[in-house]
Design a protein around this ligand. Structure first.
Ligand SMILES: Cc1ncc(COP(=O)(O)O)c(C=O)c1O
Length: 488
C-alpha cells in the first residue's frame, strides 16, 4: 500500500517542474500527463501531492483549461491521480506490489540488497576482552538498562571528541540504529504527525514512520546538489508543520549525498527555529572515503534541538546489535522508559565488546574506509565496462552507489530477473514514497572483489533478459510485481 503523504504543489511550482511541452510529441494534454507521470516515477513529484486547480495550472502553463482537465483525467485513468472529495486532485502511483521479504542467509545467494560489510577484524578480539571482563558481571542480574555506564561514557566521549560535548546521561544504548530511531518515533510521534523525510531515503525509516501512525513529507535530496534539500525542507516545514525531520546529513542512504558544513548549520538552525525536531541518523557518518570529517549536525545548537542516532552496524558489523540515541538528558530518560517496556537490556557481552570497539573506533574505521574505497572504485569500474549506459555517480562516502538506469530499464524488472540468477537486489522503489525511483538501483559496494565482479556479470545478464522481454512485448506492461527483500 502506498504511504500516506500530504503536500500541496502550487501552479507555478508544477509548471516549473513540467517545463516546456512543445518538444513532447502527441497531443498537448497527453504530453502534460506523461510529464507528470515521469515526475512521479522519478520522485521529483511526490505521490500524495495535491495538484493545483485546473484553471490555475492552465494559466501557469499557457494551456486551455480543457487541456489540463483532459490531462488530469488521463492521470486518473492510468492510476497516477485520484480526485478526493474536498481535497482536489491528488497524485498517486499505481500500486505495483512492492513488498519486502526477510533478508536471506542462504550462502548460495549473492546478496546486494543489504549494505553492510563482513565483520571488522577487531570484532573477535573485542569479544575475547568482553569474556575476560565477564566474571565481574556474572554475579549480578545481568540487566544493563539504558546501557552499561562504561559504554555510555565511551559513546559520550566520542561525540565530545567530534565536537559535540556530551555527558553519559545523554546517551541511551539500544539494539542497533534502527531500534534507536524506532524508540524515538514511538516516544515522540502522535498519530497523524508529519515527518519530513529525504526522498529517496532509508526504507526502514519510512516503514517506522508509517508504523507509528506518522505521515511522510518527502523532500527531494540529490548528491549533485546536496544543500538543495535545505530550501525544500524550509518550504515543507513552513507549509506543513512537521513534528520531526528524519535526516542523514552524511552519506544519505541511498544517494550518498552529504550536506556541506555551512549547509548543515543552516538546516539545523532553520528546523530548530521552525519547531521541527531533527532526528539525525549517523550510522554512516564516519565512513567518509575522500574528504575528512565535518562537524556533527547537532553541533552549536541546544541539545534539545536534535536527536542523534548511531550504531556500530556499518562500521563494525550488522550482527553486533548495538546502537544508541544521543539527546538531551531529559528526553533520554523518557526514551529509556519507553525502551524498557519492550526490552530490559541489550546483551551485556555485546555491550562490553562495543565499549572496546567504540574506544578503538579510529583504528577500525581507518581499515574500513580503505576497504570501502577499493570496493567502490572496483564496482564503478566493472559497471562502466559491462553496463556503460548506466549513470553511476561516485559517492564520497557511505556504502552504496545510487545508479540511474538507462531509459526503459525498470529497476523492479531488473531485480526480478536477477533473483533466479542468485543475485538479490533492492529495487529503487523501496527507497521512495509512493513507489518512485523505478529508474534507479542501489548497489552496495560492501562485498569482496570477486563477489562484486560476479554481481556485475549477473546484472548484465539480468539487464539483457529484461531488454529482450521488453522488446518481445512492446505495448504491454513489462514490470513484474516481484517481492523486494528487506533493505538495510
Ligand atoms: C540509514 C540507516 N539507518 C539505520 C540502519 C539500520 O542500522 P542497524 O543495523 O544498526 O539497526 C541502516 C541499515 O542499513 C541504515 O542504512
Amino acid at each position: 500500500m502506498p504511504l500516506r503523504i500530504e503536500q500541496s504543489t502550487s501552479a507555478s511550482e508544477l509548471a516549473t517542474l513540467v517545463g516546456p511541452l512543445e518538444a513532447v510529441p502527441g497531443p498537448r494534454y497527453l504530453a502534460l500527463a506523461r510529464r507528470v507521470q515521469e515526475l512521479l516515477t522519478t520522485g521529483r513529484l511526490a505521490a500524495g501531492s495535491r495538484l493545483p486547480a485546473e484553471r490555475e495550472l492552465a494559466t501557469a502553463l499557457g494551456l486551455s483549461r480543457v487541456t489540463v482537465a483532459s490531462a488530469f483525467r488521463e492521470l486518473r485513468e492510468t492510476g497516477h491521480a485520484s480526485t478526493r472529495h474536498g481535497s482536489g486532485t491528488v497524485t498517486e502511483l499505481p500500486d505495483t506490489g512492492v513488498s519486502w521479504g526477510a533478508p536471506t542467509t542462504d550462502p548460495g545467494v549473492l546478496d546486494l540488497a543489504h549494505a553492510a560489510l563482513e565483520a571488522a577484524p577487531q570484532l573477535a578480539d573485542a569479544y575475547r576482552q568482553a569474556l575476560a571482563a565477564f566474571p565481574a558481571f556474572a554475579a549480578g542480574h545481568g540487566y544493563a538498562s539504558g546501557g552499561l555506564p562504561e559504554l555510555r561514557s565511551a559513546i559520550a566521549d566520542r561525540y565530545t571528541a567530534r565536537g559535540l560535548p556530551t555527558d553519559p546521561d545523554q546517551v541511551l544504548v539500544t539494539a542497533g540504529t534502527g531500534d534507536a530511531t524506532d524508540v524515538v518515533l514511538e516516544t515522540l510521534l502522535q498519530p497523524g504527525d508529519r515527518v519530513l523525510v529525504e526522498h529517496p531515503t532509508y526504507p526502514g525509516a519510512l516503514g517506522m514512520v508509517e508504523a507509528h501512525g506518522g505521515r511522510c513529507l518527502p523532500v527531494p535530496v540529490t548528491a549533485d546538489d546536496p544543500d538543495a534539500v535545505i530550501g525544500a525542507a524550509q518550504l515543507a516545514a513552513r507549509q506543513s508543520s512537521p513534528r520531526l525531520a528524519f535526516l542523514m546529513p552524511d552519506f544519505s542512504n541511498p544517494t550518498g549525498a552529504r550536506l556541506t558544513a555551512a549547509g548543515r548549520r543552516r538546516l539545523a538552525a532553520t528546523l530548530w527555529q521552525q519547531g521541527v525536531l531533527a532526528v539525525v541518523d549517523e550510522v554512516s557518518t564516519e565512513l567518509y572515503l575522500d574528504d575528512g570529517p565535518l562537524p556533527p549536525f547537532a553541533a552549536g545548537l541546544p541539545d534539545a534541538a536534535t536527536v542523534t542516532v548511531g550504531g556500530l552496524s556499518k562500521a563494525v558489523w550488522g550482527g553486533l546489535r548495538v546502537g544508541w540515541v544521543r539527546a538531551d538528558a531529559a528526553l533520554v530518560a523518557q526514551l529509556g522508559d519507553v525502551l524498557r517496556r519492550r526490552q530490559l537490556s541489550v546483551g551485556v557481552l555485546d555491550q562490553l565488546a562495543a565499549t572496546t570497539l567504540v574506544r578503538d573506533l579510529d583504528a577500525v574505521l581507518e581499515q574500513r574506509r580503505a576497504v570501502l574505497r577499493e570496493r567502490r572504485d572496483l564496482l564503478r569500474a566493472a559497471l562502466a565496462r559491462r553496463l556503460p549506459d548506466w549513470t553511476v555517480p561516485c559517492p564520497n562516502g557511505g556504502l552504496s552507489l545510487w545508479c540511474t538506469l538507462p531509459p526503459g530499464l525498470s529497476s523492479a524488472a531488473l531485480v526480478a530477473a536477477a533473483a533466479p540468477l542468485g543475485l538479490v537486489l533492492a529495487e529503487g522503489r523501496a527507497f521512495g514514497t509512493g513507489h518512485a525511483f523505478d529508474d534507479h538501483l542501489r548497489l552496495p559496494f560492501t562485498r569482496p572483489a570477486d563477489q562484486l565482479h560476479r554481481a556485475v556479470d549477473l546484472l548484465a545478464q539480468a539487464a539483457a533478459t529484461v531488454r529482450a522481454e521488453v522488446a518481445g512485448r512492446v505495448g504491454t506492461d513489462a514490470r513484474p510485481a516481484g517481492r523486494v527483500p528487506a533493505v538495510v
